[in-house]
Design a protein around this ligand. Sequence first.
Ligand SMILES: Cc1cc2nc3c(=O)[nH]c(=O)nc-3n(C[C@H](O)[C@H](O)[C@H](O)COP(=O)(O)O)c2cc1C
Length: 202
Amino acid sequence: MILEALAKRRSARSFDPDRPIPPDVLERVLETARLAPSALNLQPVCFVVCTRPETKRALRAAAFDQQKIEDAAAVVVLAADLDLAARARRMPELSCFEPDRLEEWTELARLAYDGHPDRCRDEAFRSGGLSAMALLAAAEGAGLASAPVGGFDSEQVARAVGLPPSRLPVLLVALGYPGAKPPLTPRPPRAADGVRWERWSD
Ligand SMILES: Cc1cc2nc3c(=O)[nH]c(=O)nc-3n(C[C@H](O)[C@H](O)[C@H](O)COP(=O)(O)O)c2cc1C
């Protein structure tokens, strides 16, 4: 089932602006997407869910005027925590560390991230990407159309939803019902650019 859902998923090119997402459907999608994996289970990605017309308009402007951002029923800003060392120190209170791993993983996070903003930023994109894919898959499973949008000005997005400097907007995901069913987009031939076994080859 999940294979079929993923094979069918395509990015919506337009949304029906008059069809909201039932709250229970949106909740289920968000709850499922929240289960995405992350390095050291630091869960650095927060979903800022925007449904108000004025917020979506501000996000559209930040996304180089892409209309689907305003027409989507909900636009999720995936906001990743850039201070993973501080986050690791707060993990007991966030209670998503298994107790027997708490000490070891806190130390690993300190070694990996303290004084390494570049690694934190890499992790933001890695974990943000996985959370985004989980969101796209969950949306597909719930019968929603979705569209990942990376074409935006980060500072404008941060302003539109009030992100603090420690949070990086990694991606927007627009959700809703499609204006028109998008066609299945092609992929490069596997032999040319798809899959390699064991070693890289040209
Ligand atoms: C990181 C990322 C950023 C993207 N940014 C945009 C965007 O700004 N606008 C847009 O219309 N589509 C955007 N897309 C959607 C891609 O164009 C789309 O995924 C690709 O053409 C493959 O089509 P499919 O998703 O329908 O399979 C983005 C996709 C990804 C993964």
